[in-house]
Design a protein around this ligand. Structure first.
Ligand code: GTP
Ligand code: MG
Length: 196
């Protein structure tokens, strides 16, 4: 898919104030600092489109981007960041949950997983929640440039094994690096497929 245009539309804390649900929407979610905003910039080819930071907790709202006037990309706050106050965590958790369950044009959720780490309970639990809510998702492994190939591969294999334990059909997965623009065609191709 060719990205002709990518523009920031708005930030919200409420689903009711999000853009009209008339176009297919893809939301990026995962632990704080996993690389959601960086991946959005890599996919769209616009470096500063989504705000990134080396400090976790940068993205705090539901951010809508309009791509090619045809579909929405959504950057969400991360979950599981211990240094944010409990109050803020509960608030974000509620906001994200409500968004995921109420947003009627949500075509697919991209669950980002850091390929440097073995399977994490918080991520497995989150995917379980999506599954039981009937919310479609795929797995996106990030930061594949950070580890030697075999170590990252092992983490991916371990994740897929873990998923097989509880899922009849394990959702699709992609391996990406925002740094090296790895996985771009695959992810955009998938979106194009779902949009059809
Ligand atoms: P929050 O908004 O805080 O939840 O974080 P996020 O998931 O949006 O992460 P963000 O994109 O801001 O990236 C976090 C840090 O990881 C930044 O320092 C990025 O430069 C770095 N990073 C993101 N993707 C990659 C990648 O593919 N490779 C490498 N080496 N670093 C990455
Ligand atoms: Mg972010």
């Amino acid at each position: 898919m060719i990205i002709r245009e990518a523009k920031f539309l708005m930030s919200n804390s409420r689903v009711e104030q999000c853009p009209a649900p008339t176009l297919p929407e893809y939301a990026f979610i995962g632990r704080s600092n996993v690389g959601k905003s960086s991946l959005i910039n890599m996919l769209t080819g616009h470096k500063g489109l989504a705000k990134t930071s080396s400090l976790p907790g940068k993205t705090q709202l539901i951010n809508h981007f309009l791509i090619n006037n045809e579909w929405y990309l959504v950057d969400l706050p991360g979950y599981g960041y211990a240094k944010v106050s409990k109050e803020a965590r509960v608030k974000w958790g509620r906001m994200i949950n409500y968004y995921l369950h109420k947003r009627e044009n949500l075509a697919c959720v991209f669950v980002l997983l850091d390929s440097r780490h073995p399977p994490q309970a918080v991520d497995l639990d989150f995917m379980e929640t999506l599954g039981s809510g009937g919310i479609p998702f795929v797995m996106v492994f990030t930061k594949a440039d950070k580890l030697s190939g075999s170590r990252a591969q092992q983490n991916v294999v371990d994740y897929l094994r873990k998923m097989e334990e509880t899922w009849d059909e394990v959702p699709r997965h992609f391996i990406t690096s925002a740094e090296e623009k790895l996985g771009r065609e695959e992810v955009l191709g998938f979106i194009e497929e779902v949009n059809r």
